[in-house]
Design a protein around this ligand. Sequence first.
Ligand code: PXP
Length: 252
Amino acid sequence: MIKLGVNVDHVATIRQARMTYEPDPVIAAGLADLGGADIITIHLREDRRHIQDRDLELLRETVFTKLNLEMATSQEIVDIALKIKPRQITLVPEKRQEITTEGGLSVTSQKKLLTEIIKKFKDNDIYVSLFIDPDKEQIIASEEVGAQSIELHTGSYANAEREEQSDELLEILNEAVKIAQDVGLRVNAGHGLTYKNTGPIVEHLDIEELHIGHSIISRAIFVGIESAVREMKELIYKHYTIKQNLLRSSSV
Ligand code: PXP
């Protein structure tokens, strides 16, 4: 089954809007766990606009599934991550002015730096994933710099306005998955995924983890985090079962 990583950043976004103590992303992570989250994802941004160092420290102590830390390659954040040691890190590009992560990491243009950083994490038993666009050169470079997995950026697919466009982008993602697997990388996906557009991703892509934040937290405002996570888990299970049945019937 595809694992679900629930990104709780936006619980912290609401807290930081008032610079207060509530709502607490640590409590959100506990409730997401009750709803069936397989992974808790947070992004410690350099500008600390949502997740704070204290959140990372507490989540490191309280998440017993898997904590995935999204992070930039800045020295400050690398040092913090090496000290806290989450189970997995996902390296992402980061710009101060952006609303959310825009575009994937350029691996090809910073191979030396990434090779050095990734080695440090792997030497500390921290699993390394790179958030990249579904682009052949970036995928090959990801393997060359030593990453163990990639997270394919699904933003363009999620933003597609017409069905033909999203079908085309799904095919590009599918090709990217194959290229990555051919060079020995494990593949995850995420960004912009919702209760409406996640089904085709599950049915078409041979991936291991989905990382979803905004849509789950948005639904959680109305139905609660545990239910919102459970609904997404059920949706993934439903589409995964459709895929398995199709595969089975095409092999007989
Ligand atoms: N994956 C990565 C690497 C991200 O940076 C984000 C956004 O924090 C997500 C997944 C989740 O995206 P969304 O909030 O649109 O579901």
